[in-house]
Design a protein around this ligand. Structure first.
Ligand code: B1M
Length: 217
């Protein structure tokens, strides 16, 4: 199958919420030598973006979001291990990563964690719906260099501020760099809440992490 055809079928499998098709196409993409990152960025991501856009217009409903998310996750389960192959294994830095309280979106956060891991960062992934106290405890336990907070909802992005405040209250704000991201998050929001950096996607999150700890990329 041509590269463009696999990419458009991957997008369609997510858009139509077909986890089995998405996984089979992801495997086919790898078997045919496609770059897994390209399969994610030019196949899966346009598919899930279209699901979100239809939802915004009222042409799709919550079950469509759920199925789109499931299809994306099943393809990522095949593609993410391939992203890790032949990568630098020396530990570059320690990162605590999670999706903030009240927010159940995990796909982008997990992708950021995978890319960081593939680039030598030791990532403690707290999961979704994590309160400030859990971020603070994990930073203390792991001695993290960076804490990364993902928020996908305009209502939950304020939690990023709450976590920074909690780090200050615990007297550890100066010991850890704060990285924020997620669809509604912007550079100006990051500045407003006193984060050390904002990344738009998983690739720029890796560049940012290197910069934050002054490591050569
Ligand atoms: Co939700 N949802 N959702 N949803 N959902 C959005 C975010 C939305 C924009 C859809 C829309 O209306 N167009 C909208 C938010 C509106 C807003 O607040 N402005 C929305 C809504 C409204 C909701 C519910 C409220 C719906 C409802 O119940 N009525 C509900 C909320 C639940 C909750 O969290 N409490 C809800 C639920 C869900 C599902 C659970 C069904 C499902 C998630 C499944 C899962 O994760 N397992 C879901 C999905 C799939 C989406 C969309 C369609 C796709 C999100 C996604 O996975 N994208 C989304 C629309 C959209 O984003 N276009 C939408 C793919 C992923 C690779 O991208 O997550 O953006 P993303 O991550 C990127 C970057 O943002 C960045 O890098 C990633 C990789 O490139 N990044 C970081 C992310 N985190 C980062 C952290 C960093 C750095 C970069 O540093 C730490």
């Amino acid at each position: 199958m041509k590269e463009s055809e696999i990419l458009s079928k991957l997008a369609k499998s997510v858009e139509e919420g077909e986890p089995e098709d998405a996984a089979a196409l992801a495997q086919q993409a790898l078997d045919e030598g496609l770059d897994p990152l390209m399969a994610i960025n030019k196949g899966l991501t346009p598919g899930i973006t279209r699901v979100g856009d239809s939802f915004s217009r009222g042409d799709a409903y919550l079950p469509d979001l759920i199925l789109g998310g499931e299809a994306m996750k099943s393809a990522l389960a095949i593609l993410e291990p391939a992203l890790m192959e032949n990568q630098e294994r020396e530990v570059t830095g320690r990162v605590v990563l999670g999706t903030v309280k009240g927010d159940l979106h995990e796909i982008g956060k997990t992708l950021v964690g995978t890319m960081l891991t593939a680039n030598g960062f030791l990532v403690t992934d707290l999961g979704i719906d994590q309160k400030a106290a859990d971020f603070v405890a994990a930073v203390k336990e792991t001695g993290a260099d960076i804490v990364g907070m993902s928020a996908l909802l305009t209502t939950t992005m304020r939690e990023q501020q709450t976590i920074i405040d909690a780090l200050k209250e615990e007297g550890i704000r100066d010991q850890v760099k704060v990285m924020v991201g997620g669809a509604p998050v912007t550079q100006s929001w990051a500045e407003q809440i006193g984060a050390d950096g904002y990344a738009e996607d998983a690739i720029s999150a890796v560049d940012l992490a290197y910069r934050l700890i002054d490591a050569p990329a």
